[in-house]
Each structure stands twice: as structure tokens, then as C-alpha cells.
Design a protein around this ligand. Structure first.
Ligand code: NDP
Ligand code: 2IT
Length: 453
């Protein structure tokens, strides 16, 4: 690593020592950018990366609410407005007990590069709360969302900052958040994406992240004259991204044999089919149940519970051709990557954000596995969010065929950009370098054009 990058990372560590996920995300980007800076010292001179690792604005606020027992609860709310170089801040909201400043800063930082790669005019942001929606009644979730938006509404707007969903924030939460924004501001605008279809949502936004990840996987396999047909696929997670990754894999004749949640994973050697997947959607989205119930319902499957303190995630020991992590960050480590490689995996394509640890990434690249990093592979979600913004601005909605064609085109372009950029910098087939350099270049050029702000 060049001494510039080393010094740079040390500086970031001094200022953000308590934010391990943020440091992890920054280090990976900085390592890729060493290749760019050697050829283009103008980016160093403009101190584009030094500016980019400092969020434009961090908003942190109290979220008080009253639970079903009448007790007062207090959570912490955040919105990280990271970069507006390319457009309004754009990125999801996460409601999960693990949420803290470092987690949201890593997600917002990644979002800047991801949004740049989509080619669409959107900056990067992320927000959320340490609120845990699990086990809460609909009324509690509504009261929490209303309290959260009562503060957030003064910071966002359709041309300023447009949040969407992420872990723990789906259609129900977006509805409650939108209702409160509209009530306070007296404006019916496209201030959130992921809205229901009846009141401003875009067709395919729900499906977009998972479908997009599968389109990206198809492009990667295409470089080796391979397709998804007949491939055994291990998928983690069972939420929005995992469900629609599985759905699109089935549509391309892939064989999906696993799903998971924080309690463990199911392995169904017979594979999911449409009927089983619809059952999972109902389980997770309506009944808000646990994936272990799958193995009770479908006798072909087994359930393996997560062991506390386990050093590996046994899901990745299931033999497969393709792996699509769709749950959360750092869910696939170096040992897990080795298990996948030992079993002959050809492709790892990330539906989740930063699901693979640095050791995992290194092992996969070393073994020449096709590895699609999340900031490229899962960009379909935010891309269709931007299409939702465009439709809202025009006050019309496009049909499914049109949105799907645009999504497929965007994923194809992201893949091509990553591949071509990697080759340009002497790192052919390394989508990590390709995504980081291409994502950065567009943002940095805009920053330089816009002066020192
Ligand atoms: P959901 O809340 O719909 O689903 C999350 C899934 O991941 C659940 O199965 C959940 O299990 C599991 N999970 C969450 N946290 C953990 C954890 N700490 N350990 C193990 N399992 C966990 O979220 P999404 O599907 O929307 O998001 C999944 C991933 O995709 C995240 O990394 C997100 O940032 C990323 N992403 C999402 C996009 C979107 O449009 N929604 C766009 C791009 C990326 P459990 O129910 O037990 O918590
Ligand atoms: O990580 C992500 O890209 C998202 N959670 C979606 C963001 C969005 O604005 O649709």
C-alpha cells in the first residue's frame, strides 16, 4: 500500500476510532484509490478523499414514544447527510438495535459510491435508529415512526434528502413516516421512496434490490460464458432483499437451497419453488415469524440454529455454485469464504451492504471467484428509488416493463463500468477496485467542479 494511503487511513482512524465498520469501508476504498492517485495526482491535490470521508452533516436526535403499557421509551435517531455532490442525499433508514453512528456512517459512505455508479443524479445518505421493531405492535411502530419523523421532517425534502427503507424499514414503516411528514409539512411530495403503489410508489421498487443483484450476477457469469440456469445458490437473509433475490433466481432457473434470519438458517436440498417462496413472504412480511418455521412446514428442509459465539456461519458450508449474502454486514468471514471455495463456489454476489469481511474478500479474489461487491451489485434498489423520484416529479407512473427494462440496463451499465475501470487500472476482474475507482471518480470530479465546499 502506498504511504499516502497508509497515512490517510491512520488519520481517519484517529478521528473515528470508535467506528470499526466505517473504518473498514473507508480502508477498502482507499486501497483501491491508491491505483487512481498514482495516475491522477490531481485528486490528491484537491484533497477529494479527505473531504469525502467527512460527512457534510450528521443529525442525531432524541426519539421519545409511549409503548402499549403506557411506559415512556427513548431511542436515538440519526440521519447522515454524507455527500450532495451528485444530487439530493439519498439512502435508506435502518431500524435495528445494532444501529449506531459508525454503522450508519459506513452505510452512508458506501451509498455515495453506489449512487454514483447508478449514473443517476443522487448524492448519498443513510439514517435510522436503534429502535427494534421486533415484537412491537403496529401501533407502537406507528407511534415510533411519527416521533422519528416529527424531528426528521425539518431536515429532509424531495430536493434535499430522500430516505427509503433498509433493515427493519419496509412498506409499513414508510407509510407511517410519509403520513407524518405530509401532516406536518402539508405537502404531498416524493420525500420518501418505497411508497405503496396506490399513493406514489413505483412498480418494482419492492423487488428492485434482489432482482438487480441477480441481474448483476448474470452479467458476471456472462463474462465466463456461464448462466444461472441449474446453479445451486445459497442465499442468506429472508427479508426484502433475500426474498426477491430468491424470486429472480428461480425465474432464471437457479436452485435456491438456503435462507436465514438472525436465529439460524434453513437448508432445503429440494430447493425453493414459487409456492414455498410465497409461504416465506407471508411468514416474514405478514406474520413476522421466524425462518425456523420453514423446516416445520416443509419436511425436505433442516434448520440449523446460530450458536452464540460461533466463529463461522455454517450456511456458507452448504455446497453451492453461487452465494448471495442478503442479510447484514460482516456475515461472511475469511473462514466462510474458504468453506465456499473448498466446495467449488464460482460466484459471490452481495445483496447486502458489506456482508463479506476484508479477509473474506481477499480469499475470494485470490481464488479467482467472481466477486460482486454490494455497492455495485445491490445498487438496483436505490436506482429504482431514483426512478420513483423521477415519476413523482412528473406526476405519472411507468409500467412494470419500462421500469424492469431500465433496471436491467442500469445493472448492465454498472457491471460494464466496474469491469472496464478495473481493466483500465491493471486489475482485470477485480470488481472491488472497479466499483471504488469508478464511483469515486464521478463524485470527486463534481466536487472539484463545485469548488471547496
Ligand atoms: P429486512 O429487514 O427486510 O431483512 C433483513 C434480514 O437480515 C432478516 O432476515 C434479518 O433477520 C437478517 N438480519 C438482520 N440483521 C441481522 C444480524 N445482525 N444477523 C443475522 N441476520 C440479520 O432488510 P433488507 O432485506 O432490506 O436488507 C438486507 C440487507 O440488504 C442489508 O444489508 C441492507 O443494508 C441491504 N440493502 C437493502 C436494500 C433495500 O432496498 N431494502 C438496498 C440495498 C441493500 P431477523 O429478522 O432475524 O433480524
Ligand atoms: O442500501 C441501500 O441502497 C438501500 N437501503 C436503498 C436506498 C434507497 O434510497 O432506496
Amino acid at each position: 500500500m502506498s504511504s499516502y494511503v497508509e497515512d490517510f487511513i491512520n488519520g481517519v482512524r484517529v478521528r473515528n476510532g470508535c467506528e470499526p465498520e466505517f473504518l473498514q469501508a473507508v480502508r477498502e476504498v482507499a486501497e483501491s484509490l491508491a491505483l487512481l492517485f498514482d495516475a491522477h495526482p490531481e485528486y490528491r491535490k484537491a484533497r477529494a478523499l479527505e473531504r469525502l470521508v467527512e460527512p457534510e452533516r450528521v443529525i442525531m436526535f432524541r426519539v421519545p414514544w409511549v409503548d402499549e403499557e403506557g411506559a415512556v421509551q427513548v431511542n436515538r435517531g440519526f440521519r447522515i447527510e454524507f455527500s450532495s455532490a451528485l444530487g439530493p442525499y439519498k439512502g435508506g433508514l435502518r431500524f435495528h438495535p445494532s444501529v449506531d453512528l459508525g454503522v450508519l456512517k459506513f452505510l452512508a459512505f458506501e451509498q455515495v459510491f453506489k449512487n454514483s455508479l447508478t449514473t443517476l443524479p443522487i448524492g448519498g445518505g443513510k439514517g435510522g435508529s436503534d429502535f427494534n421493531p421486533k415484537g412491537k405492535s403496529d401501533n407502537e411502530v406507528m407511534r415510533f415512526c411519527q416521533s422519528f419523523m416529527t424531528e426528521l421532517c425539518r431536515h429532509i425534502g424531495p430536493d434535499t434528502d430522500v430516505p427509503a427503507g433498509d433493515i427493519g424499514v419496509g412498506a409499513r414503516e414508510i407509510g407511517f413516516l410519509f403520513g407524518q411528514y405530509k401532516r406536518i409539512r402539508n405537502e404531498f411530495t416524493g420525500v420518501l421512496t418505497g411508497k405503496a403503489l396506490g399513493w406514489g410508489g413505483s412498480v418494482l421498487r419492492t423487488e428492485a434490490t434482489g432482482y438487480g443483484a441477480v441481474y448483476f450476477a448474470r452479467e458476471m457469469l456472462g463474462t465466463r460464458d456461464e448462466s444461472l440456469a441449474g446453479k445451486v445458490c445459497v442465499v442468506s437473509g429472508s427479508g426484502n432483499v433475500a426474498q426477491y433475490t430468491a424470486e429472480r433466481l428461480l425465474g432464471m432457473e437457479g436452485r435456491v437451497v438456503t435462507l436465514s434470519d438472525s436465529g439460524g438458517f434453513i437448508h432445503d436440498p429440494d430447493g425453493l419453488d414459487r409456492e414455498k417462496l410465497e409461504w416465506v413472504k407471508e411468514l416474514k412480511n405478514e406474520r413476522r415469524g421466524r425462518i425456523s418455521e420453514y423446516a416445520e412446514k416443509f419436511k425436505s428442509a433442516t434448520f440449523t440454529a446460530v450458536e452464540s459465539g460461533a466463529k463461522t456461519n455454517l450456511l456458507w458450508s452448504v455446497k453451492a455454485d453461487c452465494a448471495l449474502p442478503c442479510a447484514t454486514q460482516n456475515e461472511l468471514n475469511g473462514e466462510d469464504a474458504k468453506a465456499l471455495i473448498k466446495n467449488g463456489v464460482q460466484l459471490v454476489c452481495e445483496g447486502a451492504n458489506m456482508p463479506t469481511t476484508p479477509e473474506g474478500v481477499e480469499a475470494l479474489l485470490e481464488a479467482k471467484v467472481l466477486y460482486g461487491p454490494g455497492k455495485a451489485a445491490n445498487a438496483g434498489g436505490v436506482a429504482v428509488s431514483q426512478l420513483e423520484m423521477a415519476q413523482n416529479s412528473m406526476r405519472l407512473s411507468w409500467p412494470r416493463e419500462e421500469v424492469d427494462a431500465r433496471l436491467q440496463h442500469i445493472m448492465k451499465c454498472i457491471h460494464r463500468t466496474c469491469a472496464e475501470t478495473a481493466t483500465e487500472f491493471g486489475a482485470a476482474d477485480n470488481y472491488v477496485h472497479g466499483a471504488n475507482i469508478a464511483g469515486f471518480r464521478k463524485v470527486a470530479d463534481a466536487m472539484i467542479d463545485q469548488g471547496v465546499v
